[in-house]
Unconditional design. Structure first.
Length: 235
């Protein structure tokens, strides 16, 4: 099963998970921090892997003109239902239905690691961006996806039992507050993302390692980066 098919199968679960206020990592780790990476609203913003449309809705509330694309028909259906006046399209991020140099900003919030062809998606992002346009993305940090804690103890060792450098598919099923979601993604080392940006002709401008900022003393998750936010520019 492709990553695309895995996410389509989980679409109803993801909608419930993503829309539960404060439930998903979006609320604590991404929305406000990720928006700090973005340039001011100007021209068209394209959100690739938009899912059920939460980022486009937040961007529209901040005066961005947004189009959202996702490979999941079910997720696009939910995005349209939540935002009837929005522009949401079923599309492969590696085959975008847009002309070259037609987009000012491309966003990819926690979607690149869920794509079968991440390299193709970045090439397409570069193609549709105007010169001087930006790509802003967030992914699960490769250290996070590459290993695990041995236990839930605050001082539990973080261990990588498989090669950090080997790309591989993985699935995590999480149950919390009566909701259940299986996240199916692909672990890629940091150099894979940087190499894909370079191959697409995009220049890395900024990189932020996102950590747990809760006040809980001794929380083991405060010892490793959870997510990676980065911004790149098309020369």
């Amino acid at each position: 099963m492709s990553l695309r098919d895995a996410w389509e199968a989980e679409a109803p679960n993801w909608v419930a998970w993503a829309r539960a206020p404060g439930h998903d990592s979006y609320w604590q780790y991404h929305r406000d921090r990720f928006l700090q990476l973005l340039p001011e609203a100007s021209g068209l913003t394209l959100d690739i892997g938009c899912g059920e449309g939460r980022l486009p809705r937040d961007l529209k509330a901040r005066e961005y003109q947004v189009m959202g694309v996702d490979a999941s028909p079910t997720l696009i259906e939910h995005a349209r239902a939540a935002d009837p006046e929005g522009d949401y399209r079923v599309a492969d991020a590696a085959k975008l239905p847009l002309a070259g140099a037609s987009v000012q900003l491309v966003t990819a919030l926690l979607s690149l690691h869920d794509m079968d062809d991440m390299e193709g998606a970045l090439r397409e992002a570069a193609r549709v961006l105007v010169p001087g346009g930006r790509l802003c993305a967030a992914v699960v940090h490769p250290i996070n996806s590459g290993g695990t804690f041995e236990s839930s103890a605050p001082d539990a060792p973080f261990v990588m039992r498989q090669s950090y450098f080997e790309q591989r598919r993985y699935a995590d099923t999480v149950e919390r507050d009566g909701l259940r979601m299986t996240f199916t993604s692909r672990h890629r080392p940091l150099e894979a993302y940087v190499a894909a940006l370079e191959a697409a002709g995009l220049h890395l401008e900024r990189l932020v390692e996102v950590a747990d900022t809760t006040d809980a003393p001794g929380d083991r998750w405060q010892r490793i980066p959870l997510f990676l936010h980065f911004r790149a520019v098309k020369p």
